[in-house]
Design a protein around this ligand. Structure first.
Ligand code: FES
Length: 491
């Protein structure tokens, strides 16, 4: 009886990144069948894995959760109906396996009787052969295979993962993600950095419609949007209202920057976080009924109390209703002055957007270099969190070149580096000689043609950086910058 595991579950069982697993498949050190790994192949490819102990996986997950400030406990357990459906499925699977084993046991008894029958009229040689066959079967049935304990431990771990989470594969894009705890499919996709089409996120607009190809989903939130009978018959459901009962394959649209419509909403000030006299973060909360749909790295326009300005978003789309903006204090920027003096918790702020195409190329598995000049850290922070969610890049190096405001979120960057083996944080002190600082960075990458570079700063800083990176061999199509050349780009 073969036992197959999906790749995303293998990454969690073994505790390695998706990129590392893909590399093994590419190099031929791990065999897959139809995107799945057979259990014995898994044991062969990872002979040193500690199957009985998932402490390491839990430790990394906890550090990641702390670093991203997620509300772990609130969403840790699946919805109770989903949980009981998963337990029922597991029970059925157990019953089917037990029935099969009983059947095999009966077949063996028949075989034993059959051998007795045949043996009676046979020659001495045939009787001897039949006797050897019976001894062979009895001996092997009595023997405990050397890998039995490991196999049992892997299956036990996998079953726990199956109860606590489900795998989702999206057609035709091929994206995959895991639905954890009580998340809906939409929440889980956004958390995983997958930008699905959606609108209101609470069952009103129908923009998040998807079609179930295989597996089972369950409605966990009521919705006002009415699906037609024909849609229901075709397996159409709303991703913002449904959770996955088991591993599912769905047909759904993935949105690029150009696909996301401009939105307007009234957010509330959740807090103002002053890092130092030069820079502060504005934390906004979008209304429950209208979450802002954006991609990491995009910008929005904010207006309040007669002042307005356009700024890159510093938070990740995975953070539900929370939107973070980091703003440098400038006398000629009335909104920045408002942030340092006039705005109070619960004040209303008009939000328009999103704008810009400074977004991650999420299909790329190339190693990433992020270059943040001063407050250019804001969109880079958003992109880094998105890249971490996708977990596809071979490595991520983040260079932060300080200005007067310094490395105002130094601890956060260090916590990312502590949590992830493939993330490196390189802070650079403030200097008047940016050209030399950049030349030093570039000289560390003799193989720049392999990388994607994302940079954010002033147009002058970006011009110097682009020139040096391209001179060192970075293909121009691997360079992305904020602000870009588009009319809506920000500084
Ligand atoms: S996003 Fe509007 S109904 Fe799901």
């Amino acid at each position: 009886m073969s036992h197959f595991l999906p790749l995303s579950r293998v990454t969690r069982l073994v505790g390695i990144s998706r990129h590392a697993l893909q590399e093994m498949i590419r190099c031929g050190t791990l065999d897959t069948f139809d995107g799945m790994v057979e259990l014995n192949e898994l044991l062969r490819a990872f002979p040193d894995a500690k199957w009985e102990d998932d402490a390491e996986l839990r430790r990394v997950t906890e550090i990641k959760e702390k670093a991203f400030g997620k509300r772990v406990f609130e969403r840790a357990m699946p919805d109770k109906e989903v949980l009981s459906a998963r337990l029922l499925e597991l029970g059925n699977e157990y019953a089917a396996t037990k029935a099969l084993l009983m059947h095999y046991s009966q077949v063996l008894s028949w075989l034993d009787e059959k051998i007795d029958e045949i043996e009676e009229d046979q020659s001495k040689e045939t009787r001897h052969a039949l006797h050897s066959l019976r001894a062979f079967i009895v001996r092997h049935l009595a023997e405990i295979p050397p890998d039995a304990a490991k196999i049992q431990a892997v299956i036990a771990q996998e079953r726990i993962l199956k109860i606590m989470s489900a795998q989702v594969t999206i057609r035709p894009s091929g994206h995959e993600f895991t639905v954890e705890g009580n998340d809906t499919l939409l929440e889980a996709a956004l958390r995983a950095g997958v930008s699905l089409n959606y609108g209101c996120s609470n069952g009103n607009c129908g923009e998040c419609r998807a079609r179930l190809i295989s597996g089972e989903v369950k409605k966990v939130h009521a919705h006002d949007y009415v699906l037609s009978q024909a849609e229901k018959d075709a397996g159409v459901f709303l991703m913002c209202s449904c959770a996955a009962v088991n591993d599912v394959v769905i047909e759904a649209g993935v949105a690029g920057a150009q696909d996301i419509p401009e939105q307007q909403l009234a957010a509330r000030v959740k807090s103002v976080e002053v890092f130092n006299p030069q820079i502060a973060a504005l934390h906004l909360l979008a209304p429950r009924s209208q979450r802002l749909h954006f991609l990491a790295g995009q910008s929005i326009r904010l207006s309040a109390l007669g002042a307005s300005g356009e700024y890159p978003i510093a938070s990740c789309p995975c953070e539900e209703r929370h939107i973070e903006i980091q703003i440098l204090r400038k006398p000629d920027d009335a909104f920045s002055e408002l942030l340092f003096g006039g705005l109070k918790v619960h004040d209303s702020v008009e939000v328009e957007g999103p704008y810009g195409e400074f977004v991650l190329e999420d299909a790329s598995t190339r190693p990433l270099i992020f270059v943040a000049f001063g407050v250019g850290f804001a969109p880079i922070k958003s992109l880094v969190q998105h890249a971490m969610s996708l977990d596809l890049a071979e490595s991520m190096d983040m260079h932060w070149l300080a200005d007067d405001a310094g490395h105002y979120q130094d601890n956060l960057c260090r916590s990312w580096a502590d949590a992830l083996d493939n993330f490196t944080y390189i802070p650079h002190e403030q200097t008047t000689d940016t050209e030399t600082a950049l030349a030093n960075i570039v000289s560390d990458y003799p193989d720049l043609h392999r990388f994607d570079v994302y940079a954010a700063g002033t147009p002058e800083q970006l011009q110097s950086a682009k020139r040096l990176f391209l001179k060192q061999g970075l293909p121009e199509q691997h360079w992305r910058a904020s602000p870009d050349d588009s009319p809506r780009s920000v500084g």
